[in-house]
Design a protein around this ligand. Structure first.
Ligand code: GLC
Length: 560
């Protein structure tokens, strides 16, 4: 980030982004699969300009393009169409118009590392070594046969979902590369023709009104030109058995990103957010640029521990510094949902409470950076329980005792809008079962409960909007004399906000820093009832002195 003045931050910095997994958000036509018309019907939930909605600034749609669904949309068979199961291009236009009418930006998921094996580009590429698409994918001869007579692949690279990253194609008489499934052949970013076609896809969607793009696994776009084998990592299994030195993060990536970003930057106000595949906070910061965020996934693997978060935040702040803007995330369609992840007590038993989800929400929505919410987290939705044997998810289906994998279907359950048959998600049979607690955990019910997780999300979003320090302020961790309380101060325009999060299931006596002008801190939000109200009967404004007591798992925001 360079040019922008602090008085003039862009929407991708100030805003909150909400990830919609279209299959599971809302099904308008009753076929059991969510669709674009369903999303349009539920825009009031996302932003209707009143306190009765979340008030998000943008939605990110997981892939909506025609796909044979070997990897549920992340295998694209037509980059510029809409899959009939989700609707039509006209529905997409309606969705963009409806979103823009409410001030919601629309971010599309671009899967540009690989296409589907059924994409016409790949069908043409595999058909001929000399045709127009011959070099659009990464083809190599076999260097020979093993003693057992099998064709040896060009190098030792592994596919992320298991097995080798190379598949032999009988027709072309060569191997092709796929970082993921054999049904997801990697595009060749070194091919001028392929790269031009990719940039055209970006232009097409910009022209159709997309405000930005999430870039799927962007750091794998370029591979080592000589396709050298990766070094082994002793003790690792599957994908983890190698150091991924040559199949991602190549120096040529920087130029390719610059080209793609230049196309996006032709339209002021458009942005990208990159999915860093298997990388550190330092990598995320290094690839970010003004208008081009990169997810920092550093919080996804953390246990419920103030110390672990403190360390991750220090690492992240050191990597991003005061100018690079982070993109913060606790849940997405690839990971166990955080409400369940954090809810486990020692011994692995769920506590079944939402108090930790509330603390986590306060963290996500008050840390420096752009928060990305995953549909359902606003009601603290939990994962489904679906054994790998019944999985749709290719990662789980290919799981083996030697390389076990988590079933991602579990984080992709239908959104429970209300109780009753279909939960307001679908009038038909949902493609995945509704969460078993959907009669009690649903949007309608939480909307009428001031102490619900949903009410807290709404309050947090509205407080953010009204508090510049929380949106664009500097950030500094604060020691409050209790290792189980994570506290930090955000400051902008001479005003501060203090956030204190009690990770412990016991009360915490904390010592507060002196607020800037010397006056007392005033409580703006507390997740537990206090004298001046809230939980979330609101009001407050209650002053607190140099010390305060936090209730077990209480989150508190104060201002000076
Ligand atoms: C990304 C997506 C994931 C997909 C993979 C391959 O990690 O988030 O869902 O399976 O890329 O496209």
């Amino acid at each position: 980030m360079t040019a922008r003045r602090s008085a003039d931050p862009a929407w991708w910095q100030t805003g909150v982004v909400y990830q919609v997994y279209p299959r599971s958000f809302a099904d308008a036509n009753g076929d059991g699969v969510g669709d674009l018309a369903g999303i349009i019907q539920h825009l009031d939930h996302l932003a209707d300009g009143t306190a009765d909605s979340l008030g998000v600034d943008a939605i990110w749609l997981s892939p909506i393009y025609p796909s044979p669904d070997f990897d549920f949309g992340y295998d694209v068979a037509d980059y510029v169409g809409v899959d009939p199961k989700f609707g039509t291009l006209a529905d997409f236009d309606r969705l963009v118009e409806a979103c823009h009418g409410r001030g919601i930006k629309v971010i599309l998921d671009l899967v540009l590392n690989h296409s589907s094996h059924l994409h016409p580009w790949f069908e043409s590429s595999r058909a001929s070594r000399t045709g127009p698409h011959a070099d659009w994918y990464i083809w190599r001869d076999s260097p020979g046969r093993t003693k057992a007579g099998r064709r040896r692949p060009p190098n030792n690279w592994r596919g992320f979902f298991g097995g080798p990253a190379w598949t032999w194609d009988e027709g072309r008489g060569q191997f092709y590369l796929h970082t993921f499934l054999p049904q997801q052949p990697d595009l060749n970013w070194r091919s001028t023709g392929a790269r031009a076609a990719i940039l055209d896809v970006v232009r097409t969607w910009l022209g159709r009104g997309a405000d930005g793009f999430r870039l799927d696994v962007f750091n794998t776009f370029l591979k080592d030109a000589a396709l050298r084998s990766n070094p082994r990592r002793p003790g690792g299994r599957g994908w983890g058995a190698q150091v991924h030195l040559h199949d991602r993060n190549q120096p040529e990536l920087v130029g390719a990103l610059a080209e793609l970003r230049a196309v996006v930057d032709e339209r002021p106000g458009r942005m990208t957010v990159g999915e860093l595949f298997d990388g550190s906070a330092a990598d995320a910061a290094a690839y970010a640029a003004p208008g081009h965020l990169v997810f920092d996934f550093g919080w996804l693997g953390l246990p419920w521990s103030a110390a672990a978060f403190r360390e991750a935040i220090l690492r992240r702040d050191a990597a991003f510094g005061p100018t690079v803007w982070p993109a913060n995330v606790l849940s997405n369609h690839d990971q166990p949902r955080h409400a369940g992840r954090f809810d486990l007590l020692p011994g692995g038993e769920p506590s079944l409470g939402d108090a930790r989800a509330k603390v986590a929400a306060t963290l996500l929505l008050t840390q420096r950076g752009t928060p990305f919410l995953y549909y359902g987290e606003e009601i603290a939705m939990r994962d489904l329980v679906i054994p790998n044997a019944q999985a749709f998810d290719p990662q789980a289906r290919r799981s083996s005792p030697r390389a076990p994998a988590w079933n991602r279907d579990q984080a992709r359950g239908p959104m429970p809008w209300r109780g009753g048959h279909g939960g307001g998600f679908s009038g038909g049979v949902p493609w995945l079962p509704l969460p078993p607690d959907h009669e009690v955990r649903n949007v309608e019910r939480q909307a009428s409960d001031p102490d619900s997780v949903l009410s807290l999300y709404r309050r947090l979003l509205s407080l953010r909007r009204a508090t510049p320090a929380l949106v664009r302020g500097t950030q500094e961790l604060v020691d409050v004399d209790d290792p189980e309380v994570l506290a930090y101060r955000r400051a902008a325009d001479g005003r501060s906000a203090l956030v204190a999060l009690n990770f412990a299931s016991r009360p915490a006596h904390i010592r507060l820093p002196v607020p800037a002008p010397g006056g007392p801190w005033r409580i703006a939000l507390a997740t537990h009832p206090r004298q001046g109200r809230d939980a979330l009967g609101e009001a407050l404004g209650e002053g607190i002195g140099e010390t305060a007591i936090l209730a077990p798992l209480e989150a508190l925001i104060a201002y000076d």
